[in-house]
Ligand binder design. Structure first.
Ligand code: WQD
Length: 340
């Protein structure tokens, strides 16, 4: 069936807004549901500015079945993209119950209400954090799964729930996308990453040091078994990631069942390399010091990307220079993010 009207949960968030831009510009009809716990309604206004189109949104707690049902009473959806969830590795170690409660219950509630409304097309935002560090990178979708933090474990549990859901009813068409490390911003500089409080993730932290909001970056460990001793990650431009969602959504129209794809570039960049690239691209210094390792970190994590190209016809097109350029453009145009 043709998918036209899409529910985007977490649609006001970093990846959600970039996905809404691509969906709207590709002719989809979009409704955003977000509880704004880690996002701003201003971001939705910026999506309207970029696309010139009205964005319908509803403040929704996805753990509240009555609120989710109210969405479906108001709209008839052909599919859903589920971004909503807590996503910081370090935070998940300190607050496991908050992560299990929110991430699992929101997914289960969403799928129950989707089933009640006979809407069985879902794209799920999973993570490279599911992979076991015993694998030899680049990680492919068949590699062993053994996350080393509660955040990653919520993703594995949800993937399992989705596989069981499809096994119980083959009418479900499910795309599980394992993101590596999303960075960058829309080239307009109108939307970008604006984490609440002090950033957990590397790139927004670098950008806030560069703009002067934070004093210096702490590099969590330079004694790993990697070329320069710092961790290696697969940084992917958020616009490429958003386009990967559209490729997955189109694939669901072929009724593929339950499928899993890595969304990364296939290249590993170290923490120290990213810092140097940021300095080169922005022309600004990024003071940093070496700190102890962070619990839950994997030394190396980057993607094998053949499957997404073969089955979804998708591959990343933007490189490190564009990631740095667009991050810095967003940060300089929005020194305090979406807040005035
Ligand atoms: C990257 C590297 C840190 C901050 C997680 C999730 C993943 C995705 C992105 C959702 C690590 C180091 C970081 C800092 C540092 N989540 N670092 N100083 O943990 O690879 O991935 O977030 O989309 O699914 O697993 O991302 O950016 O937190 O860390 O040295 O202040 O940067 O130790 O090696 P991570 P990250």
């Amino acid at each position: 069936m043709k998918i036209r009207k899409v529910l985007v949960t977490g649609g006001a968030g970093y990846i959600g807004t970039h996905c809404c831009v691509e969906l709207l510009q590709s002719g989809y009809d979009v409704v955003c549901a977000d509880n704004f716990s880690n996002s701003s309604a201003i971001a939705i206004e910026r999506v309207e500015q970029i696309t010139g189109m009205k964005v319908t949104y509803r403040e929704t707690d996805l753990c509240d079945k009555a609120e989710v049902r109210a969405l479906f009473d108001e709209y008839v959806f052909d599919g859903a993209i589920h971004f909503a969830g807590h996503k910081a590795v370090g935070e998940s170690i300190e607050q496991p119950l908050r992560y299990y409660g929110n991430n699992l219950l929101s997914l289960i509630t969403l799928c129950e209400v989707l089933a009640e409304n006979r809407c069985k097309n879902v794209v799920f935002s999973s993570s490279a954090a599911v992979y076991s560090s015993i694998n030899k990178p680049p990680y492919d979708e068949e590699d062993s799964i053994d996350p080393c933090n509660p955040y990653g474990r919520t993703k594995v549990m949800i993937e399992t729930i989705l596989h069981d859901l499809h096994a119980s009813d083959p009418d479900w068409n499910i795309s599980i996308l394992r993101y590596f490390n999303p960075v960058g911003a829309h080239p307009s500089g109108l939307i970008g990453e604006d984490p609440s409080g002090t950033p957990n993730n590397l790139m927004p932290y670098i950008a806030q040091v560069a703009i002067g909001r934070l004093a210096e970056l702490k590099v969590f460990g330079d004694d790993y078994d990697t070329p320069d001793g710092s961790c290696v990650r697969d940084f992917i431009h958020v616009v490429d990631l958003a386009k990967g969602h559209l490729a997955a959504l189109r694939k669901l129209e072929d009724r593929p069942g339950c499928m899993t794809h890595n969304i990364g570039t296939g290249h590993g960049i170290s923490v120290l390399e990213l810092i140097e690239a940021f300095k080169r691209g922005s022309g600004v210094s990024v003071p940093y010091s070496i700190a102890p390792r962070r619990a839950g970190d994997m030394p190396v994590n980057f993607a094998a990307t053949d499957k997404a190209l073969k089955e979804l016809g998708w591959k990343a097109e933007l490189g490190l220079d564009e990631m740095v350029r667009d991050t810095w453009n967003w940060q300089t145009k929005n020194p305090t993010g979406y807040q005035d």
